[in-house]
Design a protein around this ligand. Structure first.
Ligand code: SF4
Length: 238
């Protein structure tokens, strides 16, 4: 078995174990390339792992188009979790639609409203959740484990692609003709909300296009632990 085949086989085993031993479990898909690999593995094997996305209200049209592509390809409708409208309205009234450019605190507050709170709702009642995070993606993910405790959500978190390289992801996508976000072909290796994501130049870090105006250490949205520590998101007074 080649190295890529071994990786795929190990990932299948991890997903099967999650479905068997951690039911109910859910997969949080950002609809990016990594997440499409997991979507393909989960849906082809018909594993009972629910798939959802956080529809922040600020996603690119190309990202939203992936919802239809998944439906067409796998006959599966990804569940969507949206922010509380009152919280979004209050933030916009106090700080402006794009107030997140003004400070790390305001950026994290926007992520808390549009991502962290909806994530908590999506995870509620489950035993485990699955992400498409990889160790090689950034300095904040260098110690990522395949399986870890998530004390913030009182459940187990799985990162089945933790060992995969960028090349492994694209080899799988091409070999299996998996649909992917067309922004990846336009210089976006990592895709988040439209106003907080830009294309990168060859040689730049794959996460360089995310919150590019901030220091690398602050570049997480509060959905994940970093090096075993919860990235605290303080509420910003309106
Ligand atoms: S990525 Fe940007 S727009 Fe999206 S929730 Fe975070 S700060 Fe808000």
């Amino acid at each position: 078995m080649s190295q890529p085949d071994t990786l795929v086989a190990q990932t299948r085993l991890t997903l099967e174990r999650i479905a068997r031993d951690f039911s109910p479990a859910v997969f949080a898909s950002s609809l990016a390339a990594e997440d499409m690999v997991l979507t393909d593995l989960i849906l082809k094997a018909r594993l009972p792992i629910g798939i959802f996305s956080l529809e922040t209200g600020r996603l690119h049209p190309e990202t939203l188009a992936m919802l239809d592509q998944v439906k067409e390809r796998y006959s599966y409708e990804i569940a969507l979790y949206r922010p509380q409208p009152e919280a979004v309205d209050a933030y916009v009234a106090a700080h402006g639609l794009n107030g997140f450019y003004d400070s790390v605190e305001l950026r994290r507050e926007c992520c808390r409203i549009r991502k962290v709170e909806p994530l908590s709702r999506a995870l509620f009642g489950n035993k485990a959740w699955v992400t498409g995070q990889r160790r090689a993606q950034s300095s904040t993910r260098s110690s990522l484990l395949v399986e870890e405790d998530d004390p913030a959500h009182f459940m187990t978190k799985f990162n089945p692609l933790a060992d995969w390289s960028e090349q492994d992801i694209w080899d799988y996508i091409r070999a299996n003709n998996v649909p992917y976000n067309e922004l990846h072909d336009q210089g976006y290796p990592s895709i988040g909300c439209a106003p907080c994501t830009r294309a990168i130049q060859p040689g730049e870090d794959v996460r360089a296009g995310r919150w590019w105006w901030e220091n690398p250490e602050s570049k997480e949205c509060g959905l994940h632990l970093v090096d075993g520590k919860l990235i605290r998101i303080k509420s910003v007074a309106a």
